[in-house]
Structures are given as structure tokens and as C-alpha cells.
Design a protein around this ligand. Structure first.
Ligand code: S3P
Length: 172
């Protein structure tokens, strides 16, 4: 398979952890868009938001999407807001299968609450914010080749499901 596997989904949906596992199991390379942005900027995502604002971050994100879309045989983990710009998905889809991971907002929060690196969740009501983001982004997350709800799945189970669903699609 020459195509990339692109993981989308809200914060806490497991894009990075599952992506790494899938890459390992399928012997593909792995790249995380947020980590690449951080490496280039020499700043954490949280610091980019603080210093330059979300709009600036979105520009960096779009140009990184364009760049990684040219890769082949990679598992690509995106940031949760990548789907908001149609050009991002257009680029990623050109050479990639889009897989959306999702889970109940309460579970998403349980998974990310101990990490302090999500500027959008640095609020008093993170579960509400996650629900709101989910509502706003649902139509974009729904526009995927494969959708997997991993509310009740472990990382390992989610990775295996991703691989199973890809195999099913390739038999069609
Ligand atoms: C964001 C998700 C984050 C990161 C940034 C904005 C979002 O990535 O890109 O904080 O808009 O949902 P993760 O989904 O990897 O946490």
C-alpha cells in the first residue's frame, strides 16, 4: 500500500498513540503534525497559541499538512482542528486514507486531563468545550473513509480495528 493512513479526531481520541501502534504493526513510518510544527517553531503548541494566537497556529498547521501530504507509506497523526480547513483534508486525502477516531467527550477528557499541553482545554468546563467542539466539527469528522468509535476500546484494540477496517476496504 503506497497510500498514507491519516488519523483525524478530537483531542484524546488517540490519534498519536494509536497512530504509532498502527505504524509499528504495519511497518510504516509515523509522523505527527503537531510535533513537526513544534520542532520547526522551537516552541510547544501551547506557547505558539500564547505568543501568536490560534490563527497563526492554523497557518502553520495548513502548511505542514501540505508538506506531509507528499509523503508515502506513512501513518500521519493530525491535530484535532485540521479538519476545519477543507484544503487540509483535500491535501491529506490526495494520497491518504482518512480514518476518524472518536469517543465520548467525558472519556476524551479522562484521557487528556493530566497533560497540560492543550490550550483549548485550559478552561473551567473542558468536557463542555469538548462536546461543543465535537458538535461544531462533527460534519467534518464524519467526512472520513473509516470511522471508529473507541470509547470502549484500548489503544491496542483500536489499532487492531484500524488495521482490520483498512483490510476490509482494500478487499472491496
Ligand atoms: C487542537 C488539537 C491539538 C492541537 C491544538 C488544537 C484542536 O492537537 O493541534 O491544541 O483544535 O482540536 P491534538 O488533537 O493532537 O491534541
Amino acid at each position: 500500500m503506497k497510500r498514507n493512513i491519516v488519523l483525524t479526531g478530537l483531542m484524546g481520541s488517540g490519534k498519536t498513540s494509536v497512530g504509532k501502534l498502527v505504524a509499528k504493526k504495519l511497518r510504516l513510518k509515523f509522523v505527527d503534525i503537531d510535533s513537526e510544527i513544534e520542532k520547526d517553531a522551537g516552541l510547544k503548541i501551547r506557547e505558539i497559541f500564547e505568543k501568536f494566537g490560534e490563527e497563526y497556529f492554523r497557518k502553520l498547521e495548513s502548511s505542514k499538512c501540505k508538506e506531509v501530504s507528499k509523503l508515502q507509506e506513512y501513518v500521519i497523526s493530525t491535530g484535532g482542528g485540521v479538519v476545519l480547513n477543507p484544503d487540509n483534508i483535500k491535501n491529506l486525502r490526495r494520497n491518504g486514507l482518512i480514518i476518524n477516531l472518536r469517543a465520548n467527550p467525558k472519556i476524551l477528557w479522562q484521557r487528556v486531563k493530566d497533560k497540560k499541553d492543550r490550550p483549548l482545554l485550559n478552561v473551567n468546563n473542558p468536557v463542555e468545550i469538548l462536546s461543543h467542539l465535537l458538535e461544531r466539527r462533527k460534519e467534518f469528522y464524519d467526512d472520513a473513509d473509516i470511522i471508529i468509535d473507541n470509547t470502549d476500546l484500548s489503544l491496542e484494540e483500536t489499532a487492531d480495528r484500524v488495521i482490520k477496517e483498512i483490510e476490509k476496504l482494500s478487499k472491496l
